[in-house]
Design a protein around this ligand. Structure first.
Ligand code: 5AD
Ligand code: SF4
Length: 354
C-alpha cells in the first residue's frame, strides 16, 4: 500500500483534517487499498451512525421538467417520455401508503415542474404533516427563497438539492442555463431557513477525475450538509450523453467510503442508481459507509415514466414490493431497520465532538 494512502487513512481519525489531496489518494485506492478503505468506512459508520438503516419513501409525483440537463432522462427535450403529474390528493394518498408501510420519512420528488405553485406544494406538505407522523423531504429543484420559506412554514423538514459536480465549468456545460454558484446560493438559503439540507453528486461524469470527486466531498463538508447522495452516472440513450461511459461500482464505493470518513455524521444513502448498476450494489454500499435507503413508493402506473436513466430497478414493483425488497436488503447486510425519523445527528445534537 502507498505511504500516502496509509497517511490519509491515519488522518481520518480527525475528519476535519482530511485534505482534498488525502481524499484524492483515498478515491484512487487500488484493490488492496480499497479493502482497507471500506473496512474503516464501515467501522466509522457503525460507531457514529449505528447499525440501523433509515428508510425514506420516495414519491416521484411529476416527471415534467423545465430544465434540459444533458445527463437526465427527464430533460425537457426528451420527447420519448410519457409525462405525468399526480394530483395533490394522489400525492397525499401515496404518503399515507408510505407511512402505513413503516417509512418515517416521505420524500416528495419531481422534475422542475412549474405546474405546482408553491402554494399547492405547501398545502400538500401541510396536510401530510398534519395527518401523518412522518418527516417530509422536498426535492423539487430550483425555486425562489420565498417559495422555500413557504414550504418550511408548511412543515417541510428537509430539502434535497444535489450540487451534482463541484467543477463549475462541467456544471454549466451539463446543466444549461444554470451555474454552480446559483446552486450553492440556494443550498445556503435552505440552511438559513432551517432545513436539514441534502446535497450530493454523480460519480463517473465525463471529464470528472478522482480530484473532482474529492472536491465534491470537500464542498459538502464546507456547506455542512446533513445528507450526501452519491451515486453513479448511468448513460441514458435518450440524452446527449447517451454514448458516454458511466460510473463504475468501484469508483462509487470508494467515493462513498471517502465521504463517510470526511463526513462521519452525515446520512449517506445506498442509492437506487448503485443498485441499478450492480445486483448487490446496495448491500455493498451499506458496507462502505451508507446508512439510508430510499424505497420507491411511486404508484406502479407511473414508474416507467420516471426514467432518469435506463434499467432503473423496481419498475414492475408496487410500493409494498419495493419496501419489502429494501427490508430484505437491509437484513441481508446484517443491519436493522430504524423506527425513528432519521433526522440529522446535528439536529438531534448528538454529533458533538466527533
Ligand atoms: N445517471 C445517474 N443519476 C442521474 N441523475 C440524473 N440523471 C442521471 C443519470 N443519467 C440524478 C441526478 C439528479 C437526480 C434527478 O437524478 O443526481 O439529482
Ligand atoms: Fe430536470 Fe433535475 Fe433531470 Fe435536470 S436533473 S433535467 S433539473 S429532473
Amino acid at each position: 500500500m502507498r505511504t500516502e494512502f496509509l497517511e490519509a487513512l491515519e488522518r481520518a481519525s480527525k475528519p476535519e483534517e482530511l485534505t482534498k489531496d488525502d481524499l484524492t489518494v483515498l478515491i484512487s485506492a487500488d484493490k488492496e487499498e480499497s479493502a482497507e478503505l471500506f473496512r474503516l468506512a464501515d467501522q466509522v459508520r457503525s460507531r457514529v451512525m449505528g447499525d440501523e438503516v433509515h428508510l425514506r419513501g420516495v414519491i416521484e409525483f411529476s416527471n415534467y421538467c423545465r430544465k434540459n440537463c444533458l445527463y437526465c432522462g427527464l430533460r425537457r427535450d426528451n420527447s420519448a417520455l410519457l409525462r405525468y403529474r399526480m394530483k395533490p390528493d394522489e400525492i397525499i394518498e401515496g404518503a399515507r401508503r408510505a407511512a402505513g408501510l413503516g417509512c418515517r420519512t416521505v420524500v416528495l420528488q419531481s422534475g422542475e415542474d412549474g405546474f405546482y405553485s408553491a402554494q399547492m406544494l405547501a398545502e400538500v406538505v401541510f396536510r401530510i404533516k398534519k395527518e401523518l407522523d412522518v418527516a417530509v423531504t422536498l426535492s423539487v429543484g430550483d425555486r425562489s427563497r420565498e417559495e422555500y420559506a413557504l414550504f418550511k412554514e408548511a412543515g417541510a423538514d428537509r430539502y434535497l438539492l444535489k450540487h451534482e459536480t463541484c467543477d463549475a465549468k462541467l456544471f454549466a456545460e451539463l446543466r444549461p442555463g444554470t451555474s454552480l454558484k446559483g446552486r450553492l446560493k440556494r443550498l445556503r438559503w435552505l440552511r438559513e431557513l432551517g432545513y436539514q439540507v441534502g446535497s450530493g453528486n454523480m460519480v463517473g461524469l465525463p471529464g470528472q477525475t478522482a480530484e473532482t470527486l474529492a472536491g465534491d466531498i470537500i464542498l459538502m463538508r464546507e456547506m455542512e450538509v446533513e445528507m450526501a447522495g452519491i451515486g453513479p452516472f448511468i448513460p441514458n440513450k435518450q440524452t446527449p450523453l447517451g454514448s458516454c461511459k458511466g460510473g463504475t461500482l468501484e469508483m462509487t464505493l470508494k467515493t462513498l467510503a471517502a465521504a463517510r470518513l470526511a463526513l462521519p455524521c452525515v446520512h449517506l444513502p445506498a442509492t437506487t442508481a448503485v443498485a441499478t448498476i450492480h445486483p448487490s450494489g446496495r448491500v455493498k454500499a451499506l458496507q462502505c459507509g451508507a446508512n439510508v435507503i430510499m424505497p420507491n413508493i411511486t404508484p406502479l402506473k407511473y414508474r416507467e415514466s420516471y426514467l432518469i436513466y435506463p434499467d432503473k430497478i423496481g419498475l414492475n414493483d408496487t410500493p409494498e414490493e419495493s419496501y419489502s425488497r429494501v427490508v430484505n436488503t437491509v437484513l441481508s447486510a446484517g443491519r436493522s431497520i430504524s423506527r425513528g425519523y432519521g433526522h440529522s445527528l446535528k439536529y438531534e445534537r448528538k454529533c458533538a465532538g466527533i
